[in-house]
Design a protein around this ligand. Structure first.
Ligand SMILES: C[S@@+](CC[C@H](N)C(=O)[O-])C[C@H]1O[C@@H](n2cnc3c(N)ncnc32)[C@H](O)[C@@H]1O
Length: 275
């Protein structure tokens, strides 16, 4: 399918991010090579054992989470639309000695690029905001899952994504649509010359586009594609400092200061494809 102007801009930026991220302390490639996992304790616990299972990671970036699942015993495949991310993922697999297969494909075209199905389909943090159509995404999840297979996701909460970045502290303001619309949340695009990795390096491809998807829209779409939801958890913590006002706890997770009960920051869900 020809790529629209929004996804083309996002792809150019993701390609450029790869090298910056690969060298960043934020991602910690050397720590990974030394044996560290990049998975959150929460997702390892909630996913359960992946030992001996085939696992597809959608939107895998350069494969750190994918290969971390391999270290947990899974036979992993990572998929991403960025050719530079896929190249870097293969390099990381070779250099770390952790086996993994990596496939370059636009998410919605994935069935044309990958002829297989899996015991587990996984999506990690910071993935859904890049996708315009959540119902199209669940079709892909359902397509790749074997009957009885498990889908697991840990993501930033849609209400957190809808907040105004420029709000320094409480009261926080909603700036972007919470629900999916036929335009990106920011039809003019975000302009940012640095990535969230905090290296300070400048990017040429400054423009990107995100989409909101309400939690009800996401969960209902998963049910409609034949998934049986085991749990949906909303979390008061965030795995990264998504906004400057967040405060870090002893567990290395970030929170809303003073009133952590006011706002969910991440959500996670485990579901099984009915046989
Ligand atoms: C923040 S990363 C998520 C991976 C992982 N949680 C991480 O933090 O490294 C988002 C990934 O989505 C990929 N992506 C964005 N839009 C995509 C699309 N339409 N099809 C396939 N991959 C896409 C990007 O290339 C990027 O690697």
């Amino acid at each position: 399918m020809p790529m629209d102007e929004y996804s083309a801009a996002n792809l150019a930026q993701w390609d450029e991010r790869v090298d910056i991220h690969y060298r960043s302390d934020f991602y910690g490639v050397e720590r990974f090579k030394a044996g560290e996992t990049t998975l959150e304790p929460l997702e390892r616990e909630e996913m359960g054992s992946v030992e001996g299972k085939s696992l597809l990671h959608l939107q895998c970036h350069f494969g750190m989470d994918t290969l971390s699942w391999a270290r947990e015993g899974a036979d992993v495949t990572g998929l991403d639309f960025s050719p530079l991310a896929i190249e870097a993922a293969r390099k990381l697999s070779n250099e770390s000695g952790v086996p993994g297969r990596f496939v370059e494909s636009e998410l919605y075209d994935a069935p044309e690029a990958l002829d297989a199905n899996f015991d587990v389909v996984y999506t990690g943090l910071g993935a859904l905001c890049w996708l315009p159509d959540i119902r199209g995404w669940v079709q892909i999840v359902g397509h790749f899952l074997k009957p009885g297979g498990v889908f697991y996701i840990l993501e930033g909460h849609p209400i957190m994504w809808a907040l105004d970045d420029d709000t320094p502290e409480e009261p926080m303001h909603i700036r972007w649509p919470y629900f999916e619309t036929d335009q990106p949340q920011n039809p003019e695009g975000w302009d940012d010359d640095e990535t969230y990795s905090g290296t300070g390096e400048k990017m040429q491809n400054t423009r990107s586009y995100n989409w909101g998807h309400g939690l009800g829209e996401i969960v209902t779409a998963l049910i409609d594609v034949g998934l049986k939801i085991e749990f949906l958890h909303e979390h008061k913590t965030c795995a990264w400092r998504a906004y400057p006002w967040m405060v870090k706890g002893d567990d290395d997770l970030w929170r809303v200061p003073n009133h952590p009960d006011r706002l969910p920051l991440m959500w996670s869900l485990r579901a099984v494809k009915e046989a």
